[in-house]
Design a protein around this ligand. Structure first.
Ligand code: DQA
Length: 147
């Protein structure tokens, strides 16, 4: 079965309690359950990783090429800062879809730049939990077309 790596960046373990007016009330386990349900319908298998450590994310991405066919990632704050994560995604060469719960372009200016977007096939921002399900659907669509 097609395997997809789902990466949640820093502070996303706090979802549900963290600024619910911005990020909603869904917790990370709830989001992962929703993705698992969708993955069953799309006939793909998901592996989830949440980390607050840039190096751990870089290493996981670096190892992902042999196992996974694509990466769904919410890089969280690293979206705006991490050349290391961007370079790891570029190096591994898998199709990447970037997602954000909030609309990063409607927030502070420092969130308007994603260093990840240029190495992603596309970005979905602003739809809460649905950003993830839309992102997974888009990623699986890309993989089917490339087969
Ligand atoms: C986020 C947006 C980022 O700017 C922020 O640092 C996050 C979450 C989102 O999902 O809306 O932690 O990626």
């Amino acid at each position: 079965m097609t395997k997809i790596l789902v990466i949640h960046g820093p502070n996303l373990q706090l979802l549900g309690r963290r600024e619910p007016s911005i990020y909603g009330r869904a917790t990370l386990p709830q989001i992962n359950r929703e993705l698992t349900r969708l993955a069953r319908k799309l006939k793909v298998a998901l592996t989830f990783l949440q980390s607050n450590h840039e190096g751990e994310l870089v290493e996981a991405i670096g190892r992902s090429g042999k196992v996974y066919r694509g990466i769904l990632i919410n890089p969280a704050a690293y979206t705006h800062t991490s050349v290391a994560i961007r370079d790891a995604l570029e190096a591994v060469g898998l199709p990447v879809v970037e997602v954000h719960l909030s609309n990063i372009y409607a927030r502070e200016a420092f969130r308007h730049t994603s260093v990840i977007a240029p190495v992603a096939r596309g970005q979905i921002s602003g739809f809460g939990t649905e950003s993830y399900t839309l992102g997974l659907t888009a990623l699986v669509g890309l993989l089917k077309k490339s087969r």
